[in-house]
Design a protein around this ligand. Structure first.
Ligand code: ADP
Length: 171
C-alpha cells in the first residue's frame, strides 16, 4: 500500500528518493517548480536534460510522459520530469494530467524509489483549477500500482494544501 501524505512548502527543500518536476516539454527549464528545481539542482540536472533532448526526446518530452535524471544538488536521488497539460475550458485533458502521475510513479518504481514528492502539476502557469487538479492527482495515485511506499504532495500555499486535504478527506 502506498501512503499518501500532504505537506505545505517548497518541493526543492524536500528530502525524498525522487522529486517530480512540473516541467515543460523542452526539458530546458522554465518558471515555477521547473525554475526552482533547476536553480537548486544545479548544472548536472540541466546537462542530463540536454542529453535527453539530444537523444530520446529530440522533439521534447510529450505531455503526460515522464523521464528521470539525476537530482544534482537536491536532497534526492532523482528528479522525474513530467509535462502536465495546459488547462482547457473546452477540451477534457484530465487523462493527460492523470498520466503525469501514473507515468511518474511507473518511472519511480523502475528506479526503485520508495518515496516520491509531487507538486500540484499543471496548477501554476498551466492554470488547471486547484480543486479539480487535486481530485485527479489523488485518484491517479490511489489507482496506480503500489510501486512506491510514500507519495508526498508538496503544496506551495495554504489554499493548495487545503484543496488537497479536502479531497483526501472526501473519499
Ligand atoms: P505548471 O506549468 O505545470 O502549471 P508550475 O510550476 O507553474 O507548473 O506550478 C505548479 C504548482 O506548483 C502551482 O500550484 C505552483 O504554485 C506550485 N509551485 C511553484 N513553485 C513551487 C515550489 N518551489 N514547490 C512546490 N510547489 C511550487
Amino acid at each position: 500500500m502506498t501512503s499518501i501524505t500532504l505537506v505545505q512548502g517548497d518541493i526543492t527543500r524536500q528530502h525524498a528518493d525522487a522529486l517530480v518536476n512540473a516541467a515543460n516539454s523542452s526539458l530546458l527549464g522554465g518558471g515555477g517548480v521547473d525554475g526552482a528545481i533547476h536553480r537548486r539542482g544545479g548544472p548536472a540536472v540541466l546537462a542530463e536534460c540536454r542529453a535527453l533532448r539530444a537523444s530520446r526526446y529530440g522533439k521534447g518530452l510529450p505531455t503526460g510522459q515522464a523521464v528521470a535524471t539525476t537530482a544534482g544538488d537536491l536532497d534526492a536521488r532523482w528528479v522525474i520530469h513530467t509535462v502536465g497539460p495546459v488547462w482547457s475550458p473546452t477540451e477534457d485533458r484530465s487523462d493527460l494530467l492523470a498520466s503525469c502521475y501514473r507515468e511518474s510513479l511507473r518511472v519511480a518504481g523502475e528506479l526503485g524509489a520508495r518515496t516520491v514528492a509531487f507538486p500540484a502539476i499543471s496548477t501554476g502557469v498551466y492554470r488547471w483549477p486547484m480543486r479539480d487538479a487535486a481530485r485527479i492527482a489523488l485518484e491517479a495515485v490511489r489507482s496506480a500500482p503500489a510501486a512506491v511506499e510514500e507519495v508526498r504532495f508538496v503544496l506551495f500555499d495554504t489554499s493548495a494544501y487545503e484543496a488537497f486535504a479536502r479531497q483526501l478527506d472526501d473519499r
